[in-house]
Write a protein that binds this ligand. Structure first.
Ligand SMILES: Cc1ncc(COP(=O)(O)O)c(C=O)c1O
Length: 426
């Protein structure tokens, strides 16, 4: 047993070295706008919207009110088989209405994006079964990809540090380079199109280091999937509901996906909820009159009324305040603010220019010379009142709430610049 005084907490933090962290995690107790506040009353600009999700900002009383009102009326009830509820029903119609997918049907998931990804992986397989091609079982993903931490998502992940201890988990997965459409085509041909179920693709790679798509890549990959009948799954857990300046990145890039996975920004994280958006093509074998095909999948909290009510209120708020147009307007502001960081000797690259998403990659030589540099930078930036995190051990994340102001964006860039100067070897 570890004595209590050595570890004054029982909270086992995700992705954390608990031997070092226990008792040292920073308690965040409140928030307003793009700012969060620690237990000592110190304020921080949240440059990453918690984990890419608090898009409408902190302290939105109307979302708390929506949850409370729904909870007083009916907090939870299942939607398996015979039941629905007005909130889940309204939310699914609302999502279908804004999705860039004609005739969309919506499968609500209870947690974060990992549930949506595993649901989409299983739905892709179920679809091929339903249409009489059960041999289509392989799912292809990309290097640098992050598709969450459930079984399918872990297996489809393209960040070796996160997957190597667990492989093989789900078999029948393949990986292609993130930026090479030709390689995708060749891989499908090598496996045999009749064995490939789906291709999973983040329109903008997020946790792998924020990589906007290379020019022409998405259109080429989409066309290759179409040619081989492979389902194109847009993982929009980060990009969905406005982060690229359109309701969906699939709309911005004209992807016409077969499935879209979403979570995070659906509720801005006020309650956990996700959604898999299915195109008419994928839904048809299950919804066609007299079909008899059943997608045997679901979670206790699928269609949870309180979470659905909060998501609806969140989408209302995004629309009412014009937050998607705001993201589009701030896209060049953020890109312009972080661009000068590329000149710093510790910086290898700055990636920005697609919505409110950016990354500042630490130069390879600097990381090799000092493996602790990234984490030291994260803490030095926090000391300057800005919260960021390290992606894939190489790049600092910027993905602020949509309500961020131009001055706050400038403050984030200044904190990064100051911290880079502070940790730079003299
Ligand atoms: C593209 C993508 N898919 C899936 C997930 C998994 O989402 P969650 O952590 O909410 O389960 C994430 C999380 O960051 C993500 O960025």
């Amino acid at each position: 047993m570890i004595p209590d005084h050595e570890h004054p907490t029982a909270l086992w933090n995700p992705f954390a070295n608990m031997a070092e962290l226990a008792g040292r995690a920073l308690p965040i107790v409140s928030g307003h706008g793009s700012t969060v506040v620690d237990a000592g009353g110190r304020e921080y600009l949240d440059a990453i919207a918690s984990l890419w999700y608090c898009n409408v900002g902190y302290g939105r009383a109307e979302l708390a009110d929506a949850a409370a009102a729904q909870m007083r009326q009916l907090a939870g009830f299942q939607t398996f088989e015979y039941y629905t509820n007005p909130a889940a029903d309204a939310l699914s119609r609302r999502i279908a209405g804004i999705a860039p997918v004609p005739g969309a049907k919506v499968f609500l998931t209870p947690g974060g994006g990992s549930d949506a990804v595993d649901t989409a992986g299983k739905l892709a397989r179920a679809y091929w079964h339903a249409v009489g091609e059960p041999g289509r079982q392989v799912i292809i993903s990309r290097s640098h990809a992050y598709h969450g931490m459930n079984a399918y998502g872990t297996s489809l992940g393209g960040i070796p540090l996160l997957t190597r201890e667990f492989a093989p988990l789900v078999s029948l997965v393949e990986q292609v380079p993130w930026d090479d459409a030709e390689a995708l085509g060749k891989t499908i041909e090598a496996i045999g199109p009749g064995r490939v179920a789906a291709f999973f693709c983040e329109p903008v790679i997020g946790a792998g280091g924020v990589y906007p798509p290379p020019p022409g890549y998405l259109a080429a990959a989409r066309e290759i999937c179409r040619r081989h009948g492979v389902l194109f799954v847009a993982d929009e857990v980060i990009t969905g509901y406005g982060r690229t300046g359109a309701w969906f990145a699939s709309g911005r890039f004209g992807l016409d996906p077969d499935l879209i996975t979403t979570a995070k920004g659906l509720s801005s994280g006020y309650l956990p909820i996700g959604a898999v958006i299915a195109s008419a093509r994928v839904a048809e074998p299950f919804w066609r009159a007299g079909s008899g095909q059943v997608f045997r999948h679901g979670y206790t909290y699928s269609g949870h009324p309180a979470a659905a009510a909060v998501a609806l209120a969140n989408l209302d708020l995004i629309e009412r305040e014009g937050l998607i147009a705001r993201v589009a307007a701030l896209e060049p502001v953020l890109a312009g603010a972080v661009a000068p960081l590329a000149d710093h000797p510790l910086v290898g690259a700055v990636r920005a220019g697609t919505g409110l998403l950016a990354a500042v990659e630490i130069a390879e030589e600097a990381r090799a010379a000092d493996p602790s540099l990234g984490q030291r930078l994260v803490l030095a930036i926090r000391e300057r009142g800005v919260i960021t995190r390290l992606l894939r051990g190489v790049a600092l994340q910027i993905s602020p709430p949509f309500v961020i102001t131009e001055d706050e964006i400038a403050a984030i860039a200044a904190a990064f610049a100051g911290a880079l100067d502070e940790v730079a070897p003299r």
